[in-house]
Ligand binder design. Structure first.
Ligand code: NAD
Ligand code: G6P
Ligand code: MN
Length: 433
């Protein structure tokens, strides 16, 4: 039987992950699941473990859920390691949001200065995890969900030199779930191709005869139909002229770049009224753990759909299933470019359509991109590279370079102030600086 290790086991997404494994148990013979957390996550991870065990028992499968605060104990002989941890907990996220917003800049979990600092805090930890894996489970796969998912995956592969790593996000999953509903077609009859980076990809859609349906999805989206916007993103509409001209379906996060002014105005309004997204999530999370505590609850509650990461298990568990059973399933994941986007370095991590099987993810080549998309990707990738280099070295100049390249951070005195304030605010989680 398989040994699965989940680092950041105290996440409120854990029951969702369990549901995904339970659904696939006939193909994925899991024997034990180890939830790894830290002292501060003790209460949450213990609630999750009991809830998870109830879910497995209710399903009638003989799977044992363990909790440990000793990562190395869990990693010994693991087959698959999934990561869903948050260095500095939600308090750190709230600082990532509030400090930039207090200077009139976007503060967001994976975008702008907040996303850069989440990378700074997370990358040293993931690189330590990789070192433990080299020693304790050298054949395991690392399925990373920890944000910023694309940059964390790039750090693992480029700097940790650990190739058996795939980065995940639920955004493509939700798109492929909702678009067939919006078009009223059978989901199995659609062909998708995605290209770009994590939280910065576009895609096209075709029917089973190969006819392109992209413009139909764009029309549905511009008509206000649900084509899969995650719950955490405000629905500012795209400009129709721009999207119809590009004829590629942008992801939800493109709003921060194509309608920066409106997205910032909305975030500032929330910051001054109901609080930032992190503050809102805190309440949702408290409610979820109250529910999970109920000894009669043995399935994932509906309330979890309020979190932006809903349906994450459909990506994580299916990816593991596809590797284990060499399924060659189409999935959109973060993996090494290898020429799929010829205008980016071959060793950059990109989020593109892939076929997943025993040798991992094989990316589908997109080829030449139009000027706008090529330019965006090159600039975003340069920003990501500087962020990762700064995270690894603790170099202040490189951190400022990443800030300057970030489209959501206007350069100048205030950018430097935000950088300095965030460095102080997160001091305890930034040993490299
Ligand atoms: P959370 O705040 O509940 O954190 C999860 C757990 O991580 C907590 O129990 C915490 O104690 C633990 N933790 C913190 N530092 C740790 C460490 N060094 N080692 C082990 N455990 C540690 O987080 P969440 O809201 O459930 O999100 C978890 C992660 O998943 C975040 O990084 C988030 O950004 C990411 N996420 C990704 C996607 C995606 O699409 N890829 C979607 C949603 C969330
Ligand atoms: C989105 C993304 C995640 C993101 C998260 C935020 O859908 O794919 O990468 O960080 O959900 O959700 P939350 O509920 O924590 O704001
Ligand atoms: Mn994501």
């Amino acid at each position: 039987g398989l040994k699965i290790v989940t680092i950041g086991g105290g996440s409120s997404y854990t029951p969702e992950l369990m549901e995904g494994f339970i659904k696939r148990y006939n193909e994925l013979p899991i024997k034990e699941i180890w939830l790894v957390d830290i002292e501060q996550g003790k209460e949450k991870v213990n609630i999750d473990a009991k809830m998870s065990q109830r879910m497995w028992d209710a399903a009638g499968y003989d799977v044992k859920v363990h909790v440990t605060f000793d990562r190395r104990e869990a990693l010994k002989d693991a087959d698959f390691v999934t990561t869903q941890f948050r260095v500095g907990l939600l308090e750190a996220r709230i600082k990532d949001e509030r400090i930039p917003l207090s200077y009139g800049m976007l503060g967001q979990e994976t975008n702008g200065a907040g996303g850069i600092f989440k990378a700074f805090r997370t990358i040293p930890v993931i690189l330590d995890i990789v070192e433990d894996m080299k020693e304790l489970c050298p054949n395991a796969w690392l399925i990373n969900f920890t944000n910023p998912s694309g940059m964390v995956t790039e750090a693992v592969i480029k700097y940790g030199k650990w190739e058996r790593c795939i980065g995940l996000c639920n955004v493509p999953t939700i798109a492929m779930m909702k678009e067939p509903i919006a078009l009223n077609v059978d989901p199995n009859e659609l062909i998708y191709q995605f290209v770009g980076l994590n939280h910065f990809h576009w895609h096209k859609v075709y029917d089973k005869d190969g006819n392109e349906l992209t413009s139909k999805v764009i029309d549905a989206m511009l008509d206000g139909k649900d084509v899969g916007l995650p719950a955490n993103i405000n629905n500012v509409p795209f400009f129709g002229e721009q999207i119809r001209e590009m004829n590629m379906i942008p992801c939800g996060y493109h709003r921060y770049y194509y309608r920066q002014q409106e997205m910032l105005e909305h975030s500032l309004m929330e910051y001054e009224t109901i609080g930032t997204r992190g503050q809102q999530v805190k309440e949702t999370e408290n409610k979820l753990f109250e529910l999970y505590k109920n000894p009669n609850l043995d399935h994932k509650p509906e309330e979890l759909s309020k979190r932006g990461g809903a349906y994450y298990s459909d990506a994580a568990c299916e990816c593991i299933n596809a590797i284990y059973n060499n399924k060659q399933t189409h999935m959109v994941v973060s993996t090494k470019n290898r020429g799929a986007i010829p205008e980016l370095p071959e060793d950059s991590i990109v989020e593109v359509s892939c076929y997943i099987g025993a040798k991992g993810a094989m990316p589908v080549a997109w080829g030449k991109l139009p000027s706008a998309q090529r330019g965006w990707l090159q600039c975003m990738k340069a920003m990501e590279e500087c962020t990762i280099q700064a995270a690894v070295t603790g170099n202040y100049g490189l951190a400022l370079e990443a800030f300057t390249l970030n489209e959501l951070i206007p350069s100048g005195e205030n950018a430097k102030r935000v950088l300095d304030e965030l460095l102080i605010a997160h001091k305890n989680y930034l040993p490299q600086f």
